[in-house]
Design a protein around this ligand. Sequence first.
Ligand code: ADP
Ligand code: MG
Length: 328
Amino acid sequence: MKKTLALSLLISVLLCGCAVNAPVEREIFAMDTVMMLRVWGNESDAAAAVAEINRLDALLSVTNENSEIFALNRDGEAELSMETYDLLVKAVAVSRRTEGAFDPTVYPLVEAWGFTHDAQAVPAQDEINEALALVGYEQLENHLDVTCLSIDGMLDFGGIAKGYTARKVVDLLQERGVDTAFLNLGGNVQTLGSKPDGEAWTVGIADPENPSQAIGCLRFTGSLALVTSGGYQRYFEENGVRYHHILDPKTGYPAQSGLASVTVLAKDGALADGLSTALFVMGMEEASALWRASDDFEVVFITQDGIIFATEGAASLLTDCEFTVIKR
Ligand code: ADP
Ligand code: MG
């Protein structure tokens, strides 16, 4: 009897211990993807995080008829809130750094290929040329000191919004006194702080050939954004050819750089997201050159042949796979 009592006390202490360290979990659908949140806080912290995601989705979405971006794309001009403007500045900075491999004015092309609706098909070359004429981040440069933006083309923050949002959410959680969180916004991972049990965060990198399986793992502690762009994430097939959703703003076609996926690690979520899209377009050689000239991100590349390459900083975190290190 005594033994049973002691045992049940022990179990309840263990359960209590777990409860203190157990995160509040949420799974939601936003920004056209499934998102998972783990917040080491209370229910209202998790609710605030979800509300923040929905707020930014409504502000930045190309398909939400009430968003600023929708109004801009429909009317050719719109007054931007400081927040949208802030993201625009970040997006243009990534465009400059990548010489237009990332381009937030890519939307006419995205539409031509049908990636925002369900009628995806290879467009006629004329249609691609017409869309290409409207693409070019340079047209935004002259408008960066005013919050009323007018453009000939159209904006799409699809390649950067999730990373930006992830960062905004952890900032908000931190303001609420939350020290630890793990977010996976459709392949955009963002951590806040370190796990209460002291273990490293472990994030799998999807095998492009079999995306439900991990090809390797990244283990790290502390706050970090970790974003993967891959041709396997959204695509359609026509006449046996696969066309994916990451477009080369120079050719108007899905980027053919020999890469199957790019995972970028950076402190800033928007930077990691924008760069993941850009480096996928640039290919490994050009992307490695940019990495050598920078000090604010690390990369894991997977080639179309399934070979893994990691920049020095990423290599020190990569486990459970064979890879080649890219040196400075
Ligand atoms: P995902 O959003 O699927 O996680 P990405 O971050 O790579 O992947 O973003 C891809 C999205 O970004 C596309 O669906 C499209 O809306 C937009 N996009 C496609 N090509 C480019 C590009 N070269 N520059 C900027 N945005 C792009
Ligand atoms: Mg991206």
